[in-house]
Design a protein around this ligand. Structure first.
Ligand code: PHB
Length: 398
């Protein structure tokens, strides 16, 4: 069975991690094949956050994948925090020595990378679910998958799991060889897309006695809005008018303030969880992006971490390809985990500072407000938040 096609690197999953890795490997003339369990339509519609760090944009530019991002992405130089009747703006370039973020949806990044790969990239196979990865500790690996109703096998030197939190590649790492660190939050987000102009030209993160709310955007005509809701909420229990009313209350709890309403085109409930699997490498199997770690969406770090993982990984493969030395693959996990844990902490901090847990005491609420006051009053605390939000430069970046 394992005499079929072979490649250097089998990439499992065509989300941003897998697609960008394939692009970077292609630019280094390293052979790879991408296997994706779902169809192209599904992958291109999957809604995720929409904030790109400065270094994510720089990597996409270097990968030749930023043409549409340059035209349609919205550079943002700050965010607004709302709490206790106050509005406080954080000025990112001033606080970070010039760093900013871009609003450009993850789905658009995925569409751009798929178009590039189908035009001139390595093979990308949709509807090809992987069931098993064998040989992690041997001289080479076999990836077993189904495609077109047939069982198939791909032999390779390395397998990279970019197949998300529910992916199968992680299972190639025996349980005793991995540690999972996890935190589940006692609330969820209801996210909507609406054909309504954004209420403000920057994102608004609101702490309110009724729970968290976030106003983001997809374009000058499309708003992306989120409300904290109880775990297990059915989106159907939130008719559009109820969502708009609740958003108005949470953003304007202390002022006369209204959103511009418009048709709601999508509605979904998202769970909130933090999780890290260590190490990110086991023999010939490597994990990247959500397959290795997830964050709650509050800090919009998921895509950015996926990009930093595969940037480090592509450099390690290029080093192996050019020099024959696997030293950078040996340090891959350690090289990534510092940044991963920083983003985990930041996402946890944003989440727990801004949400109201069920049964939360007034003491805990006062601590949250004291923390937000501190960010508003201290340039040092504001710079800490802004640096985390805009993200550190990647290794080797200026
Ligand atoms: C989004 O636009 O979807 C978004 C933005 C910022 C976040 C989370 C999600 O923190």
């Amino acid at each position: 069975m394992s005499h079929g096609p072979r490649t250097r690197v089998a990439v499992v999953g065509a989300g941003p991690a897998g697609l960008l890795l394939a692009r970077l490997l292609h630019l280094h003339s390293i052979d790879c094949v991408v296997l994706e369990s779902r169809g192209r339509g599904y992958v291109e519609q999957r809604q995720r956050a929409g904030i790109l760090e400065q270094s994510t944009v720089d990597v996409l530019r270097r990968a030749g994948a930023a043409d549409r991002l340059e035209r349609e992405g919205l550079p943002h130089d700050g965010i607004e925090l709302r709490f206790a009747g106050r509005r406080h703006r954080l000025d990112f370039p001033a606080l970070t020595g010039g760093r900013r973020v871009w609003v450009y949806a993850q789905t658009e990044v995925v569409k751009d990378l798929i178009a590039l790969q189908l035009a001139d990239g390595p093979p990308l196979v949709f509807e090809a679910p992987v069931h098993a990865v064998e040989g992690a500790q041997d001289g080479g690996c076999t990836v077993r998958y189904t495609h077109g109703g047939r069982e198939r096998a791909l032999t390779c030197d390395w397998v990279v799991g970019c197949d998300g939190f529910h992916g199968v590649v992680r299972d190639a790492v025996p349980a005793p060889a991995r540690q999972v660190h996890e935190r589940v939050y006692p609330y969820a987000w209801l996210g909507i897309l609406a054909d309504a102009p954004p209420v403000h030209d920057e994102l608004i993160y609101a702490h309110s006695p009724r729970g968290f709310a976030l106003a983001s955007m997809r374009s000058p005509a499309v708003s992306r809005l989120y409300l904290q809701v109880p775990v297990g909420t059915e989106p159907g229990t939130w008719p559009d008018e109820r969502i708009w009313d609740e958003l108005d209350v949470r953003f304007g709890a202390h002022a006369d303030w209204r959103l511009t309403r418009g048709p709601v085109t999508q509605k979904a409930v998202l769970p909130m969880r933090s999780s890290v699997t260590e190490p990110m490498r086991y023999g010939r199997v490597l994990l990247a992006g959500d397959a290795a770690h997830i964050v709650p969406p509050t800090g919009a770090k998921g895509l950015n971490l996926a990009v930093s993982d595969v940037t480090v990984l592509a450099r390690a493969f290029a080093h192996l390809h050019e020099t024959g030395s696997a030293t950078l693959l040996d340090t891959y996990s350690d090289d990534c985990l510092g940044r991963v844990w920083r983003a985990e902490h930041f996402s946890y901090f944003m989440t727990t500072t801004l949400h109201t847990a069920p049964g939360q005491s007034s003491f805990d609420t006062r601590l949250q407000l004291s923390q937000l006051e501190r960010v508003a009053a201290s340039p040092h605390a504001a710079a800490e938040l802004a640096e985390n939000y805009t993200g550190a430069p990647l290794p080797g970046e200026g």
